[in-house]
Every structure is written in structure tokens, then in C-alpha cells.
Design a protein around this ligand. Structure first.
Ligand code: FAD
Ligand code: MLT
Ligand code: ZN
Length: 561
């Protein structure tokens, strides 16, 4: 195969072999060697979840059949068969007028929300799939108020659901029944930033994108980035241990969160807001709150290690003919781009089609349709080195037949348009109709086998698609359907969980368990481990008021809780 280097095709700098150039490049074949750098967080996202947008109410009726049967309300959710039938814990109290007066006294009238429209939004999750019936949302302004709220709720045994940006994908952020919603969105101040260490200390209600914007002129970036950045809170990120697009480079929040402050169910404030990278004095209890999805406490402040913003960022959008090529490409990328690799994401052709059909103004950057697409981002401090290294890597991958087509973004707009395809899949799924969503960790060589197996199992009944953070072994397996259907769900679950467990994977790589998978935890954790989790839950929240029905199996919690 005769190789050319970089040719301009359409708007893009295209990486191609001669035959492809003839087929696709209508413009000149001159060699370009310059790929402009662009920065992290360049794409300004609008809020993902706006109250009363479009057909919100219509969709709710269509998708949710939460039937309000008073105290014996039966919660029905379409995301998971085992979450379908939950009984309200009768030990919980119901709100009365005295409770409302107390909250108004401590928070002020305007931060005690009883307005139906605002409650409708707060009761409904981002996917419009899970819906509670809370009559009250509280908006504390500081840790002291959070502490007072929880102390009171604990004494009255009022159940509470902590809420951040409400972008969670497992039904963890909305009430199941009438839990009081505590949203820390007003606690959104940056408290300190150390330009030497890069440590940022902020309140939990800061929106992730706002933190990125705050850091940008200081020459720093957040160590995590995800499609929901315009709405999700750092407190929500910490509580879900969110992964996102750059975990491959900067690691998980268990590494980058240096400290936090949390309020436990009885109102105790735990000050663990350290800013040190190294601190081995006893048990590192902050980790209990990272990823516990609001079941152990409300996170009120976070201290996080940010990263210097490096000048050379390059993004390639590539096409691969089969999954084996994607896998080999990952191995090569880790070996040859190791020190500058900052993202390795993939999507299959079904995901690409879904985005093209459901999002406006999107086009496939590579002109022919392929079975798989890969985004490789590199980040480094030397522009020439970074660019040339990526180009040389891609040429080699092309020679080896691992990549069949590809383009490198030349500016921020092109980079944003590439990312928009990958980040837009979730929104495209929502627009396409109903969908079942799974978030699996698997050995990389197994990742696409489950997609193929499920396709074989479901046949024409559904559109099965796979995408995700391939560099982290994280598959997002989604099944798009016209309408939710229990029979179909019966073919999907427990099949997916059993398959994952058999391959020693995790049924929640990054989204958490929420209400959707609370009862499925045993597919990924041993009984002894779950028993210890239950003991910890009972120690920190003996009355079980924090995010009930979520995270842990209800049968193990509900007896005395
Ligand atoms: P919420 O959704 O409000 O809450 C999530 C959970 O955390 C709930 O259990 C809630 O009770 C608890 N919680 C929230 N705030 C607090 C607090 N202060 N204290 C204690 N508990 C709290 N996730 C990823 O991991 N990677 C991705 O790449 C990713 N991409 C996404 C893209 C889109 C388009 C969308 C819609 C979602 C995506 N998510 C992703 C899921 C979601 O954005 C993350 O889980 C995020 O971290 C949730 O933050 P939030 O503030 O919206 O939390
Ligand atoms: C993603 O990686 O796009 C998010 O985790 C959301 C999703 O799974 O759709
Ligand atoms: Zn993800």
C-alpha cells in the first residue's frame, strides 16, 4: 500500500493511503504537517436538563408509570426488572406542616421549595425514566444548614435524597417515593486555589464546567471531563466517582480527590478537607464518600488536584473495520503514545447512525461508514513533538491495517465537532425513544462479544449499540427500542449481568448502582463484601434515612431500617 501523509479532504486534515485519497479527496493532495493545538474544555455546553423543555410532560406520561398509591405507592421503573417493585419503608415519617415551618425557619422561605413545577423537575431524572413524588426540596446555603437539615430529618426519621445536577443515569438522584430532596446547588463557591500545587477547594454544588472555566485563565484543567459537565456538580461527581473521558490520563477521583467535607445522617460534620497528596494517618475515610452515591452522607466541600493545562492537544477521529483492530490500536496507543495519551474512546456504527439521525448538524468526519470509530486525544507540553508523534503513530497504524480512514482536527471547532459525536450519543438515545442502559467494565478483549451476543439474542426486537471508554475497559451497552416492554427486558436482564459476572466484569463501571442496580450488586461483589458495606451503612446511618432503596440490596437494609 502506498502511503501518503496528511491530505486535506473536505474541511479536515485527512490521514489516508493513496487509493482512499483518490476516492475521497476532491481537493488538492498537498501535504499538511500542521495540526493546531486546542484546549481541554473548549466546548461550552448548555444545561442538559432544562425545566419544562419541549415535550417534557408528554414524555413523562409516555415513559413512566409511577402510580401514586399514597403510602403504599408501588414504584415502577423501566430501567431494571428488579427495581420494578419497591415498597415504601413504613418506618419513615411523612412530612407535616411543622416540618415545613422548621425548614423555613432555618433556610428562609425561598429555599424551601414546594412549587409543583420545580418539584416535577427535581422528581424526574435526566432520562425521564425514574420519577419520585417528593413534596419538598431544600436548598441549603452552607454546611451548617445541611447539618441542621439532616439532624432534624434523622430525629423525625424523614427520608432524604441528596441531589446534585441530576444527571445521574441509574435513578440515584431522584426520590423513589416522598423523600425530601436536598440539593446543594446554592453551595457553589470556589474556596481556595493554590497555583503552586494546583489544589482546588470548593463547595460541592459547583458545576463541573464552571470549575473548568475558573481554572482556564490560571492555566489549569479539571482532572475529569464528561458530557454532562454543563449540569453536573463536583459533589455529584465525587458521590458517583464519575469516570468520564480522561480517566485514562488523570486516573479516578479516588486518586485526585485529596479531601472532602461530608455531613452524616445525624448532622455530624466530618472535616476531611485535607489538601495533602500524602497523608497516612489512619484510615482514609474520605474514600467511603467517593462513589457511595449519597447513601452515607452529603458531600459539602471537595479538595481536588487539578492539572496544568498543556499547550499541545491533538484529536484524531479514526475508522476501524473490526473490533480486533480497535483492540490492537489501543495496545499500540498505550505502548507508543503512553506519555501523551489523554483519551481513547470508541463507538460502533449503530451509535454513529443514532447520532447522525437524531442530533442536528452532525456529520461523520470520515466519509465512508465503517464498523467502528475511535477518538484518540493526546495532550503534552511540546507542540511539535505531540503532533509528530501522533501523526507517525497513525501512519504506522494505517500501514498495519488497524485504521482504514481518519482525520485530525485542525482547530477547536473541528475538535468540538468530533467530541460532539461521542458525547452526543447519550442525548441521541434520549431523543430516539426508549432505551435500556448498561455500564460495564470488562476485559478489553471481551467488550464487543457481549454486544454481538445480545444482538443475536434480541434479533430485530431492538437496536443494540456499544460505545464507551475503551482505554479504561468500560463499555456503554445500550438498547434502543420504540417503547419500554417487559418481555424484552426479560431477555436483557439478568442475561447482561450474568454474562458480565461470568467474565469477572463489573455491572457498574462508572455510573453507580442507584435504584436500578441496588439488588444486583452480588453480580460484582462477594456476599462478605456486601455484608461489610451494610454494616458501614448501618453505622453511619442507623435509621437508613439517606438515599433509601439505592446502592445496597433492599432485603439487607429494610428489616430494621
Ligand atoms: P446527581 O445525578 O444529582 O446525583 C448522582 C448521585 O450522587 C445520586 O445518588 C445522588 O444522591 C448523589 N449525590 C449528588 N450530589 C451529592 C452530594 N453533594 N452529596 C452526596 N451525594 C450526592 N458519568 C460518568 O461517570 N462518566 C461519563 O462520561 C458520564 N457522561 C455523562 C453524559 C451525559 C450526557 C449524562 C446525562 C450523564 C453522564 N454521566 C457520566 C452520568 C452523570 O453525569 C455522573 O454520574 C455525574 O457524576 C452525576 O453528577 P450530578 O451532580 O448530576 O449528580
Ligand atoms: C458516556 O460515556 O457517554 C456517559 O457515561 C454516558 C452514557 O453512558 O451514555
Ligand atoms: Zn461513560
Amino acid at each position: 500500500m502506498i502511503m501518503q501523509k496528511w491530505t486535506r479532504s473536505g474541511d479536515f486534515l485527512r490521514f489516508c493511503c493513496k487509493s482512499l485519497t483518490y476516492l475521497r479527496s476532491k481537493e488538492n493532495n498537498s501535504v499538511y504537517s500542521s495540526v493546531s493545538g486546542f484546549v481541554h474544555g473548549y466546548e461550552s455546553k448548555s444545561k442538559l436538563f432544562e425545566p419544562n423543555d419541549g415535550n417534557h410532560n408528554i414524555e413523562l406520561q409516555h415513559r413512566c408509570s409511577g402510580r401514586n398509591l399514597g403510602m403504599q405507592q408501588q414504584y415502577r421503573c423501566f430501567g431494571s426488572s428488579s427495581a420494578s417493585k419497591i415498597q415504601r419503608n413504613p418506618l419513615f415519617s411523612s412530612l407535616d406542616a411543622k416540618d415545613i415551618s422548621y425548614f423555613k425557619e432555618i433556610l428562609g422561605e425561598k429555599n424551601v421549595i414546594e412549587d409543583e413545577e420545580r418539584l416535577e423537575t427535581a422528581n424526574t431524572d435526566w432520562m425521564h425514566k425514574y420519577k419520585g413524588s417528593s413534596k419538598l426540596m431544600l436548598l441549603p446555603k452552607n454546611t451548617e444548614e445541611v447539618s441542621q437539615i439532616l439532624q432534624y430529618c434523622d430525629s423525625r426519621r424523614l427520608a432524604v435524597v441528596p441531589q446534585g445536577g441530576n444527571t445521574g443515569l441509574v435513578g440515584g438522584s431522584v426520590p423513589v417515593f416522598d423523600e425530601v430532596i436536598v440539593n446543594v446547588g446554592l453551595m457553589n463557591k470556589v474556596l481556595a486555589f493554590d497555583e503552586v500545587s494546583g489544589v482546588l477547594v470548593c463547595e460541592a454544588g459547583c458545576i463541573l464546567e464552571n470549575l473548568a472555566t475558573f481554572l482556564k485563565p490560571k492555566g489549569f484543567i479539571m482532572p475529569l471531563d464528561l458530557g454532562a459537565k454543563g449540569s453536573c456538580h463536583i459533589g455529584g461527581n465525587v458521590s458517583t466517582n464519575a469516570g468520564g473521558l480522561r480517566l485514562i490520563r488523570y486516573g479516578s477521583l479516588h486518586g485526585t480527590v485529596l479531601g472532602l467535607e461530608a455531613v452524616t445522617a445525624n448532622g455530624n460534620v466530618l472535616d476531611m478537607l485535607g489538601t495533602l497528596r500524602k497523608d497516612n494517618t489512619g484510615y482514609d475515610l474520605k474514600h467511603l464518600f467517593i462513589g457511595s452515591e449519597g447513601s452515607l452522607g452529603i458531600v459539602t466541600k471537595v479538595s481536588i488536584l487539578t492539572q496544568p493545562k498543556l499547550s499541545s492537544v491533538n484529536l484524531a477521529f479514526l475508522a476501524c473495520k473490526d473490533y480486533l483492530c480497535c483492540q490492537k490500536l489501543l495496545v499500540e496507543a498505550k505502548r507508543n503514545l503512553g506519555e501523551i495519551l489523554s483519551a481513547f474512546e470508541f463507538l460502533d456504527n449503530n451509535s454513529m447512525d443514532l447520532v447522525l439521525n437524531n442530533l442536528v448538524g452532525v456529520r461523520n468526519p470520515v466519509s465512508s461508514s465503517e464498523n467502528f470509530y475511535i477518538l484518540i486525544e493526546t495532550t503534552g507540553s511540546d507542540e511539535t513533538y505531540g503532533r509528530e508523534k501522533l501523526e507517525a503513530f497513525l501512519l504506522k497504524a494505517f500501514e498495519k491495517g488497524l485504521v482504514s480512514d481518519g482525520v485530525i482536527a485542525q482547530d477547536i471547532n473541528q475538535a468540538s465537532s468530533f467530541w460532539h459525536i461521542r458525547e452526543g450519543i447519550t442525548e441521541a438515545l434520549q431523543k430516539a425513544g426508549a432505551f435500556y442502559k448498561y455500564d460495564l467494565s470488562l476485559p478489553v478483549e471481551e467488550i464487543y462479544n457481549i454486544v454481538n451476543d445480545l444482538r443475536g439474542r434480541l434479533g430485530d426486537l431492538a437496536n443494540v449499540m456499544g460505545y464507551g471508554h475503551l482505554g479504561d475497559g468500560n463499555l456503554h451497552l445500550n438498547i434502543s427500542v420504540k417503547d419500554y416492554n417487559d418481555e424484552l427486558l426479560g431477555l436483557i436482564e439478568p442475561y447482561i449481568y450474568e454474562w458480565t459476572s461470568k467474565h469477572r466484569g463489573s455491572i457498574s463501571a462508572e455510573h453507580g448502582l442507584g435504584v436500578m442496580k441496588a439488588n444486583e450488586i452480588f453480580y460484582s461483589k462477594s456476599p462478605e463484601t456486601v455484608a461489610l458495606m451494610v454494616s458501614i451503612k448501618k453505622l453511619l446511618d442507623p435509621k437508613g434515612i439517606l438515599n433509601p432503596y439505592k446502592v445496597l440490596p433492599r432485603s439487607l437494609i429494610s428489616d430494621d431500617h
